[in-house]
Design a binder for this molecule. Structure first.
Ligand code: FES
Ligand SMILES: [Fe+2]
Length: 398
């Protein structure tokens, strides 16, 4: 059975790992935020398919990406999910040391004295991958020919939304970071994220905060009224709000959405998660809205008045996906004083756990002899958008 727009993926597409690998080889994907590696020498490790990489905040302030393999004898360079390197990246195996700003080997223990200066040493620099920072968010590309034009266009479009959040360097920090390996295909996890028709039955607590229309892009008269009121408020406050939903560019969506009136943050009780406000709200009142950003192929990010909730997915194969979640707060916010970790993380911990169950269920279903790619409803328009985008961008000759 071949893929048909408006319907789920055929089973053979879901299991086509080569297609998935092509997609990640040739397109930018989300790998975290500056807030995940806020200080020089901070790193964040991640895995995609069978390979590990890490981002590192360089001594020059730039964030770069490297394969997490020592060029000497392939040992893993950084072991933890997040952490801080020494002044050099030092391999825990034979202590070769690398400059984090250019990947060059700067010390090779047990090698002849002139090795580091030799031509041969140049052949053993760290393997780097392309990383771009746009609006505090970090995007990587594994292939040799990344499309910088697409990142430039996105940077220009989202600047009015994200620039007000760009606090000075070190203005943010990671309050918490979690990872979960889901026994489900990455495509199922993405499809689950791109619609909210499952929310009514499965995310009862989340719907105390949000209108499903914010996620679906669907419109009801009630939501239209709430949206009109919120947009008038944002215009008055000088906050960009116009929705750009994968059009005219097919790889991202950004817009400001109202939360249920009275909610100050993404918390179940609606109260602030952190007492230190961020970005455009730092000297003012919290706003009952969220600036939300979705990127094809793999993330959704919600900027609110006091924190940034960041979720992204990376495939480990066609059977497993890793879900990454970070909560980013003001650099000066103190745990136990300005924020309580459970209060801050509750909404996405609960919601993601609910989604993980659904993803597994769909993944198992696609292996059933009774599996059929079913039709999407008009309210699942972003599933269709994602699926069409995926099929187009992962073609062998794309
Ligand atoms: S494997 Fe890294 S120093 Fe030898
Ligand atoms: Fe969900």
């Amino acid at each position: 059975m071949s893929y048909q727009s408006g319907y789920g993926f055929p089973a053979d597409v879901l299991t086509d790992r080569a297609r998935m690998e092509r997609l990640f080889e040739n397109n930018w994907f989300f790998v975290g935020t500056r807030g995940d590696v806020p200080k020089r020498r901070d790193y964040l490790q991640f895995q995609i398919f069978d390979e590990q990489y890490f981002l590192v905040h360089g001594m020059d302030g730039k964030i770069r990406g490297y394969a997490n393999r020592c060029p000497h004898q392939s040992a893993r360079l950084v072991g933890d999910q997040t952490g801080r390197c020494a002044a050099r990246i030092i391999c825990p195996n034979h202590q070769w040391a690398y400059d984090m700003d250019n990947g060059a080997v700067v010390h090779a223990a047990y090698m002849p004295d002139d090795f580091v200066k030799s031509c041969e040493a140049k052949d053993f620099a760290l393997t780097s991958i392309e990383v771009r920072e746009v609006g505090f968010m970090l995007f990587a590309c594994l292939g040799d020919n990344p499309d910088h034009g697409s990142m430039d266009r996105m940077a220009e479009i989202i600047a009015p939304y994200t620039d007000p959040f760009a606090l000075a360097e070190h203005g943010y920090k990671q309050a918490h970071h979690s990872r979960e390996i889901i026994d489900a295909n990455w495509l199922h996890a993405m499809i689950n994220n791109r619609e909210c028709c499952h929310c009514e039955l499965n995310h009862k607590r989340l719907l105390n905060l949000f209108y499903p229309s914010a996620f679906n892009g669907a419109m009801t008269p009630e939501y239209q009224e709430v949206l009109n009121r919120a947009q008038a408020r944002w215009t008055e406050k000088g906050l960009a709000w116009e929705e750009i939903a994968f059009d005219p560019h097919d790889y991202f969506r950004i817009a400001r959405y109202p939360m249920v009136e009275g909610f100050k943050s993404i918390t179940f009780d609606g109260e602030l998660a952190s007492q230190k406000l961020i970005g455009p709200f730092v000297d003012g009142e919290p706003d009952s809205g969220t600036l939300s950003f979705w990127l094809n192929p793999n993330c959704w990010v919600h900027f609110v008045s006091d924190h940034i909730a960041v979720n992204w997915l990376l495939p480990l194969g066609s059977e497993q996906t890793e879900l990454y979640t970070s909560w980013i707060v003001h650099a000066d916010a103190k745990e136990g004083v300005d924020y309580d970790l459970d209060h801050l993380t509750d909404v996405w911990n609960v919601t993601n756990a609910e989604d993980v169950g659904l993803c597994k269920s769909m993944h198992d279903g696609a292996k059933s002899r009774y599996y059929k790619p079913g039709p999407y409803s008009p309210q699942e328009q972003f599933c269709i958008q994602f699926s069409d985008w995926y099929m187009r961008r992962s073609e062998a000759d794309a």
